[in-house]
Ligand binder design. Sequence first.
Ligand code: HEM
Length: 341
Amino acid sequence: MSGCPFLAGRPIVGHLMAMRRDPLLFHQAISNNNGDIFKLRLGLETFFVVNHPNLIDHVFTKNTSNYVKSHHYKRMNYLLGDGIFTATGEEWKRRRRLAQPAFQGDSLTAAFDAMKPAVQSFLARMSTASGSTISLSAEATRLSLDMVLRAFFGINDSSDAAVIASALAELMPELDRRIWAILPPAVRSLTPAARRAKAALKAINEALHRLIVRRLKDDEVRDNLLGLLVRAERDAGWSTESLKRLRDEAMVFLVAGHETTASTLTWAWYLLSLHPSIGRQLEASVVGAPGEGSEWAERIFQETMRLHPPGWLLTRSALKDDVLGGVRIPAGANLIVPIEL
Ligand code: HEM
């Protein structure tokens, strides 16, 4: 058993500020010289950074039952509640089983079909924007959110979509601030941004409740995600907890489903603008032979995510003692698993 490098950083903050300033650059800087596993202090906490694919494989596949989502995920509860993203153990398995069918077979095909009007209205917007300056990330967010709302929530009603979109525009930056916050939540909640976020949270909760209640009264069988979740809750016997459970799960899929996709799209468009010949290949393959285009698109998105991963690190906690790359990991230790290696 060996020791490992320890990057302590400054008193009290450790390396937190440097990491917050530019997470990917910071990770690149520290990952080159410190070996396959090393310790890093962020604020008052110390993390083991798992910096080799074989060790990451150990954490996520070989000894996965020993590693659960760390307590840091709780910082997202403010928005996500207790949905699948923050759940662990048996509760996580139960939620996973419930949602899985929405991402398989006919349900997935129906989800793709439901997304098409979102793409068409995006193309119509772009055709009138020719010659003007647009924000790639704002357009990608609008498109991704529209796709998620239609495909997984069955929303075609633009007033619900508008409420959700403007609330998320306030809530996503607030979520980010909370993830990185040094001040305790009680102090942060006094800031104007936090007050605006509180109003946005109320608005989005009301919109989700409306959708859930509408779906509940709906006798038509819906194969989209929200339809499946509402039906499962109703079949299991509606209880006082049901509405909150559904709201939390809906919020997770809303946030997880659109943010990552929007980030990937933004970077893909940017990279294509730097490499126009690849864009022409993609276009030619789509026009030339339907189907071939998807292989090109897949390669482009894979490479985009390799270069600019939307979720760039995951954290886990060890349940029992373990050994990683010859280094002892005590029970309770927190791990950082970077996605960009
Ligand atoms: C480019 C697109 C996407 C990327 C890069 C991405 C990335 C990720 C990553 C890295 C995680 C693991 C988080 C962790 O364990 O800490 C995750 C989880 C999750 N993602 Fe995505 N995601 C994408 C699209 C989506 C979409 C479209 C949806 C839903 C419609 C979605 C829903 C979820 C959910 C529900 C979880 C939690 C799953 C669980 O804990 O079992 N994601 N995603």
